[in-house]
Design a protein around this ligand. Structure first.
Ligand SMILES: FC(F)(F)Cc1cc2c(N3CCN(c4nnc(C(F)(F)F)s4)CC3)ncnc2s1
Length: 488
């Protein structure tokens, strides 16, 4: 591990954002073992100091001139030393340079777990860093997983890495990261499964485990995860701008060093920050959202939803409603292959908000009668809407837990009825991929899909459907499910 070297200490006391970027750059460039504990403590200290007191309103213009409160070397050194003592005091270091074992990973998880405050509000902000752990004995779900990986790094196990789905975190270890283990909890009121292997039972088909296509981190990607987890919010409506600027600078550093290439959510986070305050002429935030989608298609067999909802949210905020419908249809094309389980609340809420808030809002605007170029005349918008709803219907099919209820059907019927019959008539529904749909029923969809055939299939579909005169939508025969939902 790089450790807290003299050249890092020379950057203290830290007074500017640019000094923090230098610390990260030296840790990322000089060794292949950036010190996770050091970087998490530094970032946590800065975030907590700048979001705990009313700091809103400070003029922020650049990483060099933005003044930070002084962050003393001694504060960081004391916390760093404390973490080492907590970990090495309970678990013997890896002197023989062997792979970690399940027992070792569980013991490190127990050290963190048993030292947390008994009960606290787990979803509060700023509980993700080792600073929060060492000064307040509080961590959120992600923070526990990160602390376990940082603890294993302190012990000298360089095979223990963070694995990330879109709403959960666990660790991989052993030869080629072949072993997996739960190390933290998920959601509310669920018994934790710490120590167990990942997704062996029916949870394997839930979105929570992304069909076993998680982001498996390198050390540098673990740094990207802690940077992504920076939370600039001062309160529900105001962000500490210097914390947001620091996060943006660090994400660009990681981007330029190539460490975001396989991390769609981090690219999406950067896209959101760039939309608010562009720092990089030549790379539009829309290009970043496309890059995140490409990464999910290339490296994760298109099993992730968030890259499409990042892009859809961007289009929606910028009134590009036709494009938003396409992004949301693509998001739905991902979720339809999963079975909905009670662990999937986060993505359920995402689709609910799109279906029952964003789309109805768009329909209201577009049917106000003043839109000359209204999407209500565009058959591809209608087709993408149907695809969006159909994916949610398929998500429900074969799931133990229902997805749709009357609350969904009303906005859905209202939306569809806004399109004129002649526009609807232009949409030709082709019922193909019957075998894919049927095989989801008996669960085999997750076997043959693992060979990453998404890329080939995607290219083939794109080349086929480039005829412009009519909209051919590749559909699955669940329109009856759709109309059934409407008649409920
Ligand atoms: F580790 C867990 F359990 F926390 C799961 C992870 C979440 C997450 C993330 N997020 C979550 C998704 N997220 C989104 N923000 N907007 C989203 C979208 F709906 F617009 F797509 S998704 C914020 C950042 N960003 C980087 N890395 C991770 S790893």
């Amino acid at each position: 591990m790089a450790g807290f070297r003299d050249l890092d200490k020379a950057l203290f006391p830290i007074k500017h954002i640019s000094a923090v970027v230098k610390l990260f750059r030296s840790q990322l460039e000089d060794t292949n073992e950036p010190d996770l504990a050091l970087l998490s403590i530094v970032i946590g200290l800065i975030e907590n100091q700048l979001t705990s007191r009313s700091n809103a309103g400070q003029l922020i213009d650049s990483p060099e001139t933005t003044v930070l409160p002084r962050f003393e070397l001694e504060t960081v050194e004391n916390l760093y030393r404390k973490f080492k003592i907590v970990i090495t005091g309970s678990v013997e270091p890896n002197k023989t340079k062997t792979y970690a074992t399940r027992d070792l990973v569980k013991r490190v998880s127990d050290v963190i777990w048993n030292s947390l405050t008994r009960s606290y509000y787990k979803d509060r902000a700023h509980l993700q860093s080792l600073y929060s752990y060492l000064t307040g004995s509080k961590l959120d779900c992600f923070g526990v997983a990160f602390a376990v990986v940082a603890g294993c790094q302190v012990l000298g196990y360089d095979d223990v890495h963070l694995a990330l789905s879109e709403d959960h975190a666990w660790v991989v270890f052993g030869p080629h990261g072949s072993e997996t283990a739960e190390v933290t909890w998920h959601g509310k009121g669920n018994e934790d499964k710490r120590g167990q292997e990942i997704g062996k039972l029916d949870s394997a088909r839930s979105w929570l485990y992304v069909n076993n296509k998680p982001v498996v981190c390198t050390r540098q990607m673990e740094v990207a995860a802690l940077v992504s987890a920076i939370n600039p919010s001062l309160n529900a409506s105001v962000d500490a701008t210097e914390v947001a600027l620091l996060q943006q600078e660090l994400l660009w550093l990681l981007y330029d060093l190539g460490h975001l290439k396989k991390y769609p959510m981090a690219i999406g986070n950067l896209g959101d920050l760039e939309e608010i305050s562009p720092k990089r002429p030549g790379i539009a935030c829309s290009a970043l959202f496309e890059e995140a989608i490409d990464a999910a298609r290339r490296f994760y067999n298109n099993q992730h939803v968030y890259p499409y909802t990042y892009q859809g949210g961007y289009y929606f905020r910028n009134k590009k409603y036709k494009e938003a419908f396409e992004s949301w249809a693509n998001a739905s094309d991902v979720i339809r292959l999963y079975n909905y389980s009670r662990d999937d609340e986060e993505i359920y809420k995402e689709f609910l908000e799109i279906a029952n808030e964003h789309i109805p809002y768009i329909m209201k605007i577009e049917s106000s009668g003043f839109e000359a170029n209204t999407i209500l005349k565009k058959s591809e918008c209608f087709a993408n809407l149907l695809k969006f709803y159909d994916g949610i219907c398929q998500w429900e099919e074969g799931s133990a837990t229902p997805v749709l209820h009357i609350g969904w059907a009303k906005p859905l019927v209202n939306t569809i009825s806004k399109f004129d019959a002649d526009v609807r008539a232009q949409v030709h529904i082709v019922c193909d991929n019957m075998e894919e749909k049927l095989s989801k029923k008996n669960g085999s969809i997750f076997n043959n899909n693992n060979n990453n055939n998404y890329e080939k299939e995607y290219q083939a579909t794109m080349s086929k459907s480039n005829n412009k005169d009519q909209t051919t939508s590749h559909f699955y025969p669940t329109i009856e499910a759709l109309t059934a939902a409407c008649s409920e």
